[in-house]
Design a binder for this molecule. Structure first.
Ligand code: GLV
Length: 351
């Protein structure tokens, strides 16, 4: 079993509405495809004769110990994949020994996500509303519910053009709410209900000052997600970010934006060790994880693979997806001649 097989299994289980929403990218889906291809293009220079009889995939992210350098990326509306939705994802992540990122647009409230895996580490993804009071209240609730960091998504001032959602007139199925607000989507005539939500609710006027604002109102460290340039990463750090997530939103926002694998090194070098750098987009193999760490990422996040695991097997499916990646990572490390993630360095990569 690998993630490709899991994807195929999930596809057969989801409605057209849900599959279209989870799988689609923006416009011609070039960045969506390129994210995967860019990792695959990188070639490894393995070391030999390094005694790899014991491999340790564990590390820490923002000081949180994890069993593998792979975290749950925030993704919306998980009760479209499985009735237990984000609750199951939280349990699966806990079983895998990693961090769950809950989404602003979750179909289970952040308090219920916390209650599903009370002892496990969790972060809260944030979309900032035009009504700042709404966001301030949500991030204070997150702090109160034991979330230890915010992931501030900054690459969605407007919604990317997801043609599948327009075609399907994407909407949350009956009985599924934006649970953090106890609200349904605004109703729309045709088109995507998410596009309408973004248009009416989210603030397109965000600036670097909002990093400090979120930190102040929540009291939590803020990771900025959606950065693709070294100069922007530097500006985030200077504005008080506790970390940067190199991301193009899974190819769902600006089509033809650069693949994350291709800009990770630039961001890592610009940040110069001041904060941890994470990356997401197209990670499907243990070798992809090795490459990301070799380029300087502290860890990677996976989004769609979590949803595939969730669709196929609920919390167990999520845990199993992480187990597959962990096995692949351990094998790739052994074959690269590294025993710990700390030994993964840029010289493992061919130029
Ligand atoms: C929401 O963040 C989405 O990408 O659909």
């Amino acid at each position: 079993v690998d993630l490709d097989a899991l994807e195929a299994a999930a596809r057969g289980l989801l409605t057209e509405n849900a599959w279209g929403y989870y799988s689609s990218g923006a416009d011609d889906e070039l960045t969506l495809a390129e994210n995967v291809v860019a990792w695959r293009r990188v070639r490894l220079r393995p070391r030999v004769l390094r005694d790899v009889s014991v491999i340790d995939t564990s590390t820490s992210v923002l000081g949180i110990p994890v069993r593998l350098p792979v975290l749950v990326a925030p993704s919306a509306y998980q009760r479209m994949a499985h009735d237990d939705g984000e609750r199951a994802t939280a349990r699966g992540a806990a079983a895998a020994g990693t961090v769950m990122c809950a989404a602003t647009l979750a179909t289970v409230s952040l308090e219920d996500v916390a209650a599903a895996a009370p002892d496990a580490p969790r972060w809260m993804q944030v979309y900032v509303s035009r009504d700042r009071g709404v966001t301030a209240e949500m991030v204070r609730r997150a702090a109160a519910a034991g979330y230890s960091a915010l992931i501030f998504t900054v690459d969605l001032p407007v919604l990317g053009n997801r043609r599948a959602d327009e075609r399907n007139a994407f909407a949350l199925p009956a009985g599924r709410l934006m649970a953090n607000f106890g609200a349904a989507h605004p109703s729309v005539e045709g088109g995507s209900a998410l596009a309408e939500h973004v248009r009416t609710d989210l603030d397109p006027a965000l600036t670097y000052d909002d990093i400090g604002w979120l930190r102040e109102v929540s009291g939590l460290p803020v990771l900025v997600k959606g950065v693709l340039r070294g100069d922007d990463a530097r500006a985030c750090v200077d504005a008080g970010a506790a970390g940067v997530v190199v991301s193009n939103h899974g190819g769902r926002q600006l089509d033809t934006a650069v693949a994350t694998a291709d800009v990770l090194a630039e961001v890592v070098d610009a940040v110069a060790g001041d904060v941890e750098v994470l990356v997401d987009g197209g990670v499907r193999r243990g070798t992809d994880v090795v490459k990301a760490l070799a380029l300087g990422a502290r860890a990677v996040l996976v989004g769609r693979p979590v949803l595939w695991g969730l669709a196929v097997g609920g919390d167990k499916g999520v845990a199993e997806m992480f187990e597959v990646l962990r096995d692949e990572l351990a094998r790739a490390m052994a074959l690269c001649g590294v025993r710990t993630v700390g030994e993964i360095s840029r010289d493992l990569l061919a130029r």
